[in-house]
Design a protein around this ligand. Structure first.
Ligand SMILES: NC(=O)c1ccc[n+]([C@@H]2O[C@H](COP(=O)([O-])OP(=O)(O)OC[C@H]3O[C@@H](n4cnc5c(N)ncnc54)[C@H](OP(=O)(O)O)[C@@H]3O)[C@@H](O)[C@H]2O)c1
Length: 260
């Protein structure tokens, strides 16, 4: 797809590459995208067998570990290069996968866990985005890079230093990348999106954390007890609705609750 200018086909389905589709928010997003007819490539450690497409060509699930993202990016670039651009109306990359360090003070954290969380949650989006943009630069249809950020990338919280850092990094690389892409004739649209609060394993980990090390766990417990969490399906529909907004990319740092 990357050598010369390639015509997209407006009548064809969009191709969406989604990380972390095995459970949680990513699974909800994947289900909505499949129902809307997207071709989908998903990347996670353990693909979810309950996720199925209408036929074998609609859904491809890779089993990959994003704590080692460079070989994954090479595979992605080669896979995209082998795709026929006329098969798609649009190309999307959604960075959803993230890995938490055990909530608590950074001074108590396992260095290997800090490194793994940073690589899966920030390094992987950067190297996968580079591969995606390179492999698709000749594509003449719309291209979007949507990173799932968090309110904690914008507001600091004790006991979540690594998570705050990777989400702030996601927001700021998106700002810088949007400037670069705006200089290109057919640059990609870039958004870093806070998804709301969702009833997933990540919330279980936060509210179940040792309160002695992570007093904020009480706040996460109240989100659940007060019924404030979206289901992954409801949150997934909100993410896909944002992806489809006509003004996608006009606001780089965004929130699903932003008015259109
Ligand atoms: N839940 C919330 O309230 C909330 C709020 C704000 C933002 N977010 C953001 O929303 C996104 C999804 O969160 P979630 O709550 O759905 O999380 P989750 O339930 O913990 O799911 C995380 C997903 O990431 C994948 N993943 C984790 N480590 C990976 C690795 N090393 N390699 C490949 N894939 C990996 C997991 O798949 P495997 O285990 O199969 O690898 C899984 O599909 C994250 O970016 C999170 O920061 C969530």
């Amino acid at each position: 797809m990357n050598s010369a200018s390639h015509s997209h086909s407006p009548a064809a389905p969009p191709l969406t590459i989604l990380t972390g589709a095995s459970r949680g928010l990513g699974l909800g997003v994947a289900q909505v995208l499949l129902a809307k007819g997207h071709r989908l490539l998903t990347l996670q450690r353990k693909p979810n067998p309950s996720l199925v497409g209408t036929d074998a060509s609609q859904l491809v699930q890779w089993s990959v570990d994003l704590t080692d993202p460079v070989p994954v990016a090479a595979c992605l670039q080669a896979w995209l290069a082998a795709c026929s651009p006329g098969s798609f109306s649009a190309l999307n990359l959604i960075h959803n996968a993230a890995l938490l360090v055990e909530p608590g003070p950074l001074s108590d954290a396992d260095p290997a866990a800090i490194s793994a969380a940073t690589r899966a949650s920030l390094e992987a989006p950067l190297v996968l985005t580079a591969a995606f943009l390179k492999a698709s630069e000749g594509f003449d249809g719309p291209r979007k890079v949507l990173s799932i950020s968090s309110g904690l990338g914008r507001n600091a919280m004790a006991g979540s230093v690594v998570y705050c850092a990777v989400k702030a990094g996601m927001d700021h690389y998106s700002r810088a990348l949007a400037l670069e892409e705006a200089q290109k004739p057919r640059g990609a649209q870039i958004v870093s999106l806070a998804p709301g609060i969702i009833d997933t394993d990540m919330q279980v980990q936060l509210r179940g954390a040792d309160r002695g090390k992570f007093p904020e766990g009480a706040r996460f417990a109240s989100f659940k007890s007060e019924g404030r969490l979206d289901s992954p399906q409801v949150a997934g529909a909100k993410i896909v609705a944002y992806l489809e907004r006509a003004d996608f990319g006009s606001r780089v740092i965004a929130d699903v609750r932003d008015p259109a």
